[in-house]
Design a protein around this ligand. Structure first.
Ligand code: PMP
Length: 387
């Protein structure tokens, strides 16, 4: 049996050792070892996390006698503060849906919903690149699971046709914008597939699209006009919404079922009411942030123009744009070079991404100016020509 120390050494030799970085985010920038860098590694896509005007406006709405920094209990005991109901009703209303349910994080949502709604008579068909939180949810469920090749709908349709009659329920699980490649699933095609099979459920993780896509920022399902066709539409508040937590848009019956069966909802302390108030405050603002969304789309197009041709077939179509470098050592080296030039980018390595596709993950924020983006692309072009 290898000691823990020798396993850490092995990770280090391959350039795959992870460390908690010491740094201090400051608005659009981040300071590390005294150096100020443009932060291109957060998920603050709309640039709201450090918006002083929004924070001040929110703080003025608070009454210290009423606001609470902890719920001190699970939702099923005394943690279900009225702000949960206000937030869930607002989300359901925005999505034109029957119901919604809020969770402590996207990790809680994804690791909890699938084990709750599946059993040994279920089949999960999940895209090869779904997030680790979904993979863990699959691991905890009693269902059989087949992973289909990334965005390969011929394979998915074949698997559905072969298995629909063999299982009580089929769950097709995917993300709308993929967290590491920044590409997208084909929602109209998935919805068409769902309508051919009465026992097929669509589970869509919109973590990277909520706030960013669609006329009101509700995500890619809103953009494609298919919200009503998604059985489990998951969004998170820790990214564009600059808060914490997550939600699912679903039927009222499904909400009640989850409240009764979902372990990551039942057996954890509810979110602090003050965070829920901030989430509701932001959700109400986000619908009208069209200019920020348009600016983000514009700068995304510019960065993709330069990087997509370098990425060996990985084609981002969003504000998440990888710079694929191959071996981990190379990704680490290029990350350091870009950091020296004032861009805070981090290497993403196996097991987060497949071996041989280590990369930098550029996640743009609407706070970046066109000038910031021009400097970024010209620095990348210089580095690329020296590789
Ligand atoms: N889903 C996806 C696609 C994600 O990328 C992430 C986090 N990066 C999560 C879910 C987890 O969300 P949270 O950070 O709220 O736990």
């Amino acid at each position: 049996m290898d000691s823990y120390a020798s396993q850490l050494d092995a990770l280090s030799r391959k350039g795959n050792l992870r460390k908690l970085p010491e740094m201090e985010p400051q608005g659009l920038y981040l300071v590390r070892d005294g150096q100020e860098m443009l932060n291109l590694s957060s998920n603050d896509y709309l640039g709201l996390a450090d918006n002083v005007a929004l924070k001040s406006e929110f703080l003025q709405t608070l009454d210290p006698r009423k606001c609470r920094f902890s719920s001190t209990s699970s939702r099923l005991l005394t943690g279900n503060y009225p702000v949960y109901t206000r937030l869930e009703e607002r989300l359901a209303q925005l999505y034109g849906a029957e119901s919604s349910l809020v969770f402590n994080s996207g990790y809680h949502a994804n690791s909890g919903i699938l084990p709750a709604v599946t059993d040994s008579r279920s089949l999960i068909l999940a895209d090869k690149l779904v997030h680790a939180s979904i993979v863990d949810g699959i691991g905890l469920s009693k269902a059989r699971c087949i992973r289909y090749r990334h965005n390969n709908y011929e394979q998915l349709e074949r698997l559905v046709a072969e298995n629909a009659g063999e299982y009580d329920r089929l769950f097709v699980v995917t993300e709308s914008i993929f967290s590491m490649d920044g590409d997208e699933s084909d929602l109209p095609r998935l919805v068409a597939l769902k309508h051919r099979y009465p026992n097929l459920y669509l589970y869509l993780d919109e973590a990277h699209a909520f706030g960013v896509r669609g006329p009101h920022g509700l995500g890619c399902a809103e953009e494609h006009g298919v919200i009503g066709d998604i059985d489990f539409l998951v969004g998170t508040f820790g990214k564009a919404a600059a808060s914490v937590g997550a939600f699912v848009i679903c039927s009222e019956e499904m909400k009640q079922y989850l409240v009764n069966t979902m372990r990551t909802l039942i057996f954890t302390t509810a979110l602090p009411p003050i965070n829920l108030e901030w989430t509701l405050f932001i959700v109400n603002k986000i619908c009208d942030m069209t200019e920020r969304r348009e600016h983000l789309a514009r700068i995304g197009r510019r960065v993709r123009e330069v990087l997509n041709p370098l990425n060996g077939g990985i084609l981002s179509s969003s504000h998440i744009i990888p710079y694929v470098l191959g071996e981990s050592e190379r990704a680490v080296d290029v990350a350091l070079r870009l950091q020296r030039e004032g861009f805070y980018l981090l290497p993403v390595r196996p097991p987060t991404v497949p071996a041989g596709t280590s990369r930098l993950r550029i996640s743009l924020t609407a706070e970046c100016s066109e000038a910031d983006i021009e400097r970024l692309v010209s620095t990348i072009q210089q580095i690329q020509s020296s590789l």
